[in-house]
Design a protein around this ligand. Sequence first.
Ligand SMILES: [Zn+2]
Length: 250
Amino acid sequence: MPVYRADLHIHTDGPFEDDGRICRGLDPLDAGSLIASSNLDVVAITNHGQTKPDAFFPVKNAVAAHDSFRRPNRERLIFLGVEMQLVIEEGRFNVGYVFEKPYHHGNWPEFPAKGAPISELEQYKKEYPGVAILNHPHSRGYDSEIIHTAIQHPLIDGVEIMNASQVMDSDPRRLKNAWEDLTLEAAIKGQKSPIGGSGLHDASGHLIGNVYTTFTALHPVVIFHAIRNCTTQALCADPIRDRLSLPHDY
Ligand SMILES: [Zn+2]
């Protein structure tokens, strides 16, 4: 069975604040060439608290231009997304949202405000179909009860159990968070989709393609169905495996 790789957590605009740190997204054209030279078949552009067309269409166009020349027989899917900050019970979490449908300048999607309760996603998902992924759940240092309550929330479809930027960060607390995220894989089995992504920004361009989510077909229907039905896998390459001390057949 073929395996297609997706990174559903890429930043192409900035600067943005992430857990109290100021980060910068990749330049859209740089992101386009990195994606085009990567092993990824699917990506989602999920900027923090914004869905600017200027940070999306140039990426999509750059990838398409590259692929029509160098990869004419293998399509690559580029989804629009957004990384929201939503409140789930007692915690505030980063929720990646990937839109299922394409949007154009005339019907560009809005999204819930920073700090909105996750319940707003109920109506939102009807207006703008898509999947919600709890990104790097341990990054704010909440205790496990708060994290598990967030994971179990019915409006959450997937959980990012591997985040390349966090794994490779020089701050030991970020690596510890990454380790703890990984422990969630067993807890979510069969209930939420395990997701692997890069959390890509300008300092981590070299990490593209090192952590990914796998799908069995390169079609939006299959991809969104897999996330909603928990049939994805989150996998990683050697540098991530080594840093997390994972066995080589992981
Ligand atoms: Zn992010």
